[in-house]
Design a protein around this ligand. Structure first.
Ligand code: LLP
Length: 426
């Protein structure tokens, strides 16, 4: 986060608050959210996309406090399940600023979205179009929808988080003609209000050319729809997926750069296809919340395997950050509770779970005097860490605190053993 400094005692401080004080008050592990940092990222996106809509992708991390922060900063919200929708509504997110995603929304979820009056639903299958049409007829409403288009772009990212190549579960295929047929079906039936097309090519993407290819392809479909049905769709959503720096090797684009490139390609394609420029929206999740959070752990054991490496075990692990094990993701770690001028030592930061894949940071240089009781911070854990956390080995999930102007406030409390036991029946 942006407001991280080192205090006179050598300890890391966030917005003026020492990690030692944070650990003493809230325990470890704990996710520490730098609120000013999160808000400034929201503002950077708003400033770069002032006439567009920026939907924060709640799957990255969602709780009521964050819903309120992003709403106050003028963002919209993308939810993809009934649970995320419920969280958004309970925090007072205006329903017209909510977009509802998902490749298998249930009848109940769609009904709730309609009853709440969400601003748009991104339809993902013919089954869903039929479901939603029936529900809309029953209620006598005309929901606004976008058609999710699979544009056939091979995004350069991990296979599990790429979403626009042909062979996968999301969206309507562009090449196969399903996307055009979905749009025609909606227009011809006239029950749903087709507002536009949507594409999302994947996540943690650095090469903006993927977004350009995708914009070009959806706009070609836009013009095909105009030619066939005489309708110019007024909106276009280019999805999220903007990469962030997990380590110093990553070099992400700024929101300003992204905005410039996206606008340029949309403008030139629209000119070429003789289309009015649609109202644009994007859906960043990771780029908003990822860099604003670090996880603070306490070191429990240090095991030196002579000549191989040193294993530094912390009091969390794959239950609070599955991304290293699942995607081979890279993180860094820092000794946070004190300064040290000891020699750097090749370390692996591992968790407390019962498997050897339980790695938080694969390779990191930590001071050779790292010892039990030290605090270690792992930055960049705001996105897809708490939201993908589990109770593996019955480890209660850590709390999230928001720090602002030297004050910390609990926004998600620590899970307790009673919470875990509460689900057991008998
Ligand atoms: N819009 C749609 C339709 C999405 O499916 C996603 C992410 C986003 C926006 C936001 O993408 P972002 O800007 O956060 O990259 N668990 C994985 C990431 C899965 C992303 C799923 N969809 C990870 O930890 O890397």
């Amino acid at each position: 986060p942006r407001s991280v400094t080192r205090g006179a005692d050598g300890a890391v401080a966030v917005a003026g608050l020492s990690v030692r004080d944070i650990a003493a008050e809230f325990g470890t592990p704990v996710y520490v959210l730098d609120e000013a940092d999160l808000r400034s990222r929201c503002r950077d996106f708003r400033a770069a996309f002032p006439t567009e809509d920026v939907y924060y992708a709640g799957k990255a991390f969602l709780c009521r406090a964050v819903v309120r922060m992003i709403a106050e900063e003028g963002l919209h919200l993308d939810v993809c399940t009934g649970g995320e929708l419920a969280t958004a509504l309970s925090a007072g997110m205006p329903p017209e600023r909510i977009g509802f995603h998902g490749n298998n929304k249930s009848v109940a979820e769609l009904g709730r979205a309609l009853d709440a009056g969400v601003g748009r639903i991104i339809v993902d299958s013919f089954t869903e179009i039929d479901r939603l049409t029936a529900l809309a007829r029953e209620r006598g409403v005309r929901p606004r929808v976008l058609v999710r288009v699979t544009v056939g772009v091979e995004a350069h990212t991990h296979e599990f988080i790429a979403t626009a190549h042909e062979d996968q579960k999301f969206g309507f295929s562009l090449a196969g003609g399903a996307a055009a047929n979905a749009a025609f079906k909606i227009l011809d039936e006239g029950v749903l209000e087709l507002r536009g097309l949507h594409s999302h090519i994947g996540s943690q993407i650095f090469d903006a050319s993927g977004f350009e290819v995708s914009a070009r392809r959806v706009l070609a479909l836009q013009s095909q729809i105009r030619d066939a049905r005489g309708v110019e769709l007024p909106e276009l959503d280019l999805g999220g997926g903007f990469g962030i720096a997990y380590t110093t090797q990553d070099d992400p684009a700024t929101p300003q750069d992204l905005a410039k490139r996206l606008r340029k390609i949309v403008d030139s394609e629209c000119a070429a296809e003789n289309l009015a420029v649609p109202h644009l929206s994007i859906e960043p999740g990771r780029a908003i919340v990822g860099p604003s959070v670090f996880t603070l752990y306490e070191v429990g054991t240090v095991k030196d395997l002579d000549g191989i490496r040193t294993y530094v075990s912390v009091d969390g692990g794959m239950s609070d950050n599955i991304r290293t094990a699942l995607y081979d993701a890279s993180y860094s770690a820092t000794l946070a509770s004190r300064a040290s001028d000891a020699q750097p030592l090749l370390a692996r930061v591992v968790g407390k779970h019962c498997e050897s894949g339980d790695i938080v940071v694969k390779d990191e240089f930590l001071p050779a005097d790292v010892q039990p009781g030290d605090l270690v911070a792992v930055p960049g854990t705001g996105a897809y860490c708490r939201s993908m956390a589990s109770n593996y080995n019955h480890v209660p999930r850590p709390p999230v605190i928001a720090v602002r102007d030297g004050q910390a406030r609990l926004i998600v409390r620590r899970e307790t053993e009673e919470d875990l036991l509460a689900l057991d029946v008998g």
